[in-house]
Write a protein that binds this ligand. Structure first.
Ligand code: HEC
Length: 235
């Protein structure tokens, strides 16, 4: 079957899987492992939450790592490595965050809370991103920033939100990735000073590409660059 046909059929496959899942576990093997990303809209609506730009990187860094919900580990059968698996195994109910497993577990107590202790819970902004995306219909959407703001790059308004969405999940807690904690200004400033921050996000030779799931947008990289050239203000 041609790839495009398969993509067109995916909503139907998804529905069948969801119906089937009432009785037994859905057969994820029929889904493509790396589905093509959606065509981005030109320009990002500030009132919309985009799956590819924000939700996917957040889930990748907070949930889909090895030992948790990557394909190999698949704790409790939950695999959060791509849109379709997030929708099905995360039991996303488009339009209703309150009735979506992937959102509910963010607020559970004790061991049931995701990510589970000793990992940090998602913060209020991160939870709001997931809820808003689901309530807006949980679309597989993407956008390309056309008005990249590199003039007003503050740490709190731009840099830390980029880090929280794309890095903090792996770079926090008792054993952060590479021993590097990126949960506050000091942590981010430290890797900016050594050149590692630009090295990893620009995929420069000699650095491990970060985040591992895919490169930040050109706009985000330009904003990080600008913040560093500005002297890394804690503003
Ligand atoms: C999915 C988990 C994950 C995410 C998301 C992630 N990292 Fe990492 N990072 C790691 C791990 C694990 C290491 C340790 C090296 C390794 O084993 O690859 C690491 C290493 C690093 C290093 C040291 C490696 C070097 O070449 O200097 C830096 C700096 C870094 N990460 C920054 C970031 C930044 C900045 C982001 C977000 C833009 C990010 N990471 C996102 C897991 C992650």
């Amino acid at each position: 079957m041609k790839k495009t046909n398969l993509i067109l059929l995916l909503p139907a496959i998804l529905l069948i899987l969801q119906l089937a899942s009432c009785k037994h576990d859905p057969d994820l093997s029929v889904l493509p492992v790396n589905p093509d990303p959606p065509e981005p809209t030109i320009g990002c609506d500030p009132d919309s939450v985009y799956f590819v730009n924000t939700v996917f990187p957040l889930i990748q860094s907070s949930c889909a790592m090895s030992g948790c919900h990557d394909a190999a580990t698949a704790r409790e059968g939950v695999v959060l490595t791509d849109y379709y698996r997030i929708m099905i195994t995360g039991e996303v109910n488009p339009g209703n965050a309150g009735d979506s497993k992937i959102y509910e577990v963010l607020n559970e107590d004790g061991e049931d809370r995701m990510p589970p202790p000793p990992a940090q819970p998602l913060n209020a902004d991160q939870k709001a991103i997931i809820a808003k995306w689901i309530n807006q219909g949980a679309h597989n959407n993407a956008c390309t920033e056309t008005n990249c703001d590199t003039l007003n790059v503050t740490f709190s308004g731009i840099i830390m939100p980029i880090v929280q969405t794309n890095c903090s999940g792996c770079h926090s807690g008792a054993s952060p990735g590479g021993g590097i904690s990126l949960t506050n200004y000091n942590g981010v400033e430290a890797i900016a000073s050594t050149g590692q921050l630009l090295g990893v996000v620009k995929h420069l030779t000699g650095y491990r590409p970060m985040p591992p799931s895919g490169q930040l947008s050109d706009c985000q990289i330009a904003q990080i660059n600008k913040w560093i050239t500005n002297g890394k203000p804690n503003n």
